[in-house]
Design a binder for this molecule. Structure first.
Ligand code: DX5
Ligand code: ZN
Length: 209
């Protein structure tokens, strides 16, 4: 059964939606952090974001959509964080940042944009607990799932298998019940608008498993 991670990026009332998600069996809360550099958009500063601990009792998967992950890793490691993920396209030394995450005894992952070759992940595979395959260009929620992601997920699954590693595949962007046949190999599905814009969170979560 797949694990489900809920993104609240497009929530109009974060405290309310996180409280409602506490009453579901959702596995993780997906926290999108944008710096206004790696992508145009910018999310709220850590001083505000850290308050989500008041509303959610779920473990967090932190998705750093930023140029300089090392600025953010120590901050988000302090929360109830299961895993910190940053982009293979980010500017800093990737292995150093993966080790920085691990130094906090937190799982680490890399995210990969739709136009980056899957093979670019190869040097980092031995370090990774998860890979976040972007099925939209990061920056905003509510976009349409890019169909080619299906083949990329298959290619990645095959790559992980060929190295005999145990790395979870998380798929992020435009995930809803209509794309389930394209994400068969995923272990975790991250979904934002499909869950948050509905009036029955649990029903939507169940429909994705
Ligand atoms: C896109 C974010 C996603 C997004 C998912 O930049 O990384 O996590 O919020 O939301 P939906 O499911 O609405 O595409
Ligand atoms: Zn995300």
């Amino acid at each position: 059964m797949k694990k489900i991670s809920a993104s609240f990026l497009n929530s109009k009332n974060i405290p309310l939606d996180l409280t409602k998600l506490n009453d579901t069996d959702v596995d993780f809360i997906h926290v999108d952090i944008m710096d206004g550099k790696f992508v145009k958009n910018k999310t709220m500063p850590f001083s505000e974001m850290k308050n989500i601990y008041k509303y959610t009792n779920k473990r967090l998967i932190v998705h750093l959509i930023v140029e300089n992950p090392s600025k953010y890793i120590p901050l988000y490691a302090e929360l109830n964080t299961e895993c910190i993920v940053f982009h293979v396209e980010s500017s800093e030394d990737i292995i150093k940042n993966l080790e920085l995450i691990k130094s906090f005894s937190i799982k680490c992952g890399l995210a990969i944009n739709p136009d980056t070759k899957i093979n670019e992940l190869i040097p980092y595979l031995p370090y990774l607990d998860e890979i976040l395959v972007m099925s939209v260009y990061p920056g905003e929620g509510g976009q349409e799932f890019i169909k080619e992601s299906e083949n990329r997920i298959k290619e990645l699954k095959e790559l992980i298998r060929s190295y005999n590693l145990n790395i979870l595949i998380d798929v992020d962007g435009g995930v809803n019940d209509k794309v389930l046949d394209k994400v068969v190999e995923a272990d975790i599905l991250t979904s934002g608008c499909y869950i948050i814009n509905s009036n029955d969170f649990q029903e939507k979560i169940t429909s994705l498993r």
